[in-house]
Design a protein around this ligand. Structure first.
Ligand code: GLN
Length: 496
């Protein structure tokens, strides 16, 4: 195997070659570490430690030599820097956690390590996963002295999406075969869409949140991002499963082999098409690509059925009340006492809190803490927080009504392709761009984005598939069948 082709292999292909000893884990790790350096202008990685990675790779090679090691033995991956890791620093892309070293691994990180993966490093993201363009990172990526926006490999003047922007850029540029991400309101699906890769957010509670730095606990979910549904299935099978002692919202529902049904026929699959996902606001180029993808599904035997998700528009105000409310509570732990940044000079305890938080948090994080504290405050709680909770339930009910008529729901993952870095300075325009990913998040449903074509400026378009609870295998099956018939997921950005 020529070294230049190693990064074009799928996770399954690479795992097979590792097991057959056609390539060693050390060689694979070295290859990807060299690529990360070569493409560090993208700002995808926030920490790399070659010694740690190569030691892990050596250990994987030793296990493989003994005929041991998990399913993914020796495969290098990278983690969003929102998962705590004992061998790499964890920052959540915030100054608040600069220099923080976790004494333990997040459950998802540990489970993947148990399956044999080797960690290449930690990936850039929006600060505390708040954002949709990865322009809110407050830490310097590898190779830089100061914070930089992550760049989209398809056009480095564009954003990669967010908050898992470093994760999506790394896969699109083939700096890692696959990666982890987290999705609170779209942070796996939207960057996957912007960077022309595949990503899935499982049913809320299927993957443990233990060791995932909390943003909005009732929404946060971990998931894999890779080139294809097949690769995502391999990782997801290792990431899911109960973690009842450590995560109070972990579901007592077993993981499954998500690769088992990938090839099932989708003849007769009923794809629900909500009019609300195709209205005003959806840009023409994205619509064209999504319509063509739906036609392709019809060719594969699926049937399109109209469904209604009448509260789609409300998902934006509902999410931007509930997520900040939870964030304001979760982020109260960053007070300069227990861990993280502490102001150097202060007068008394209150002053220490104030200065620490003023220095440690970026603008978007402060905005959310203020919004959250406001909607939870006496006198506003009923009008905002409680009302939003009620509508959240109705949004979930709307999905259940829709799933009476269909098996999966399809639409665009985002209303546009990736925009230019700096183009959306105003926070509300960023919030509005989340409209298609928020409904499934609020309902706790699994959602996937897969490459469905290209729009304006040759930028990737993602098709979102939403399924009912625990239908990850069905979503991956539908995505895989599409990927067997198309090659969007195999195309490389220029220069990659
Ligand atoms: N873009 C959304 C936000 O800013 C979603 C972020 C996420 O899923 N982590 O909150």
């Amino acid at each position: 195997m020529s070294q230049t082709e190693l990064h074009q292999l799928s996770v399954a292909e690479l795992a097979a070659q590792l097991r057959a000893k056609q390539v060693s884990s050390v060689e694979a790790a070295q290859h990807f570490l060299a690529r990360a350096k070569q493409h560090q202008n993208l700002g995808a990685f926030v920490s790399i430690n070659e010694d740690v990675t190569l030691a892990q790779a050596k250990a994987a090679d030793a296990l493989i030599a003994e005929g041991k090691g998990g399913k993914l033995a020796g495969v290098p991956i990278a983690h969003k820097d929102i998962f705590v890791t004992k061998d790499f620093p964890t920052t959540a892309a915030s100054k608040m956690l600069e220099g923080y070293q976790s004494p333990f691994d997040a459950t998802v990180v540990r489970k993947l390590a148990d399956s044999g993966v080797v960690t290449l490093g930690k990936l850039n993201c929006d600060e505390f996963a708040m954002g949709g363009a990865n322009e809110n990172s407050a830490v310097a990526p590898v190779g830089f002295d100061s914070a930089q926006p992550v760049r989209n490999p398809w056009n480095t003047d564009r954003v990669p999406g967010g908050s898992s922007g470093g994760s999506a850029a790394a896969v699109a540029a083939r700096l890692a075969p696959a990666v982890t991400g987290t999705d609170t309101g779209g942070s796996i699906r939207q960057p996957a869409s912007f960077c022309g890769i595949t990503g899935i957010k499982p049913t809320y509670g299927r993957a443990s949140r233990y060791g995932m730095i909390a943003f909005a606990s009732s929404l946060d979910q971990a998931g894999p991002m890779g080139r294809s549904a097949e690769d995502c299935a391999l990782l997801l099978s290792e990431m899911c499963g109960p973690d009842l002692d450590r995560d109070s919202t972990s579901l007592d529902y077993p993981a499954e082999d998500f690769s088992a049904k990938l090839n099932d026929s989708i003849e007769g699959l009923r794809i629900g098409v909500p009019a609300e996902f195709f209205g005003e606001g959806l840009s023409a180029d994205v619509r064209t690509a999504v319509d063509a993808a739906l036609k392709e599904y019809e060719k594969l035997g699926a049937k399109l059925v109209p469904v209604a998700l009448p509260r789609t528009e409300l998902s934006v105000p509902v999410y931007y009340i509930l997520a900040p409310a939870e964030a304001s509570s979760n982020l109260s732990r960053f007070d300069g006492v227990k861990f993280g940044h502490r102001a150097a000079q202060y007068e008394d305890l209150n002053d220490m809190y104030k200065k620490t938080r003023a220095e440690g948090f970026g603008d978007e994080v402060k905005r959310r803490i203020m919004m959250g504290a406001y909607v939870l405050s006496e006198g506003y709680y009923d009008a905002y927080y409680l009302q939003a909770q009620k509508i959240r339930r109705m949004i979930a009910d709307d999905f259940q009504a829709a799933f009476k008529d269909c098996d999966v729901i399809a639409g665009a993952a985002a209303p546009t392709t990736a925009w230019a870095i700096g183009a959306k300075a105003d926070p509300v325009s960023n919030y509005l761009a989340d409209i298609f990913t928020l409904p499934a998040s609020l309902a706790g449903l699994p959602g996937l984005s897969l490459p469905a074509g290209f729009g304006e400026g040759g930028m990737p378009v993602g098709l979102q598939l939403i399924g009912n609870y625990f239908s990850e295998a069905k979503l991956l099956n539908a995505a895989h069948r599409f990927q067997q018939a198309t090659d969007f997921h195999l195309r490389n950005p220029a220069g990659i």
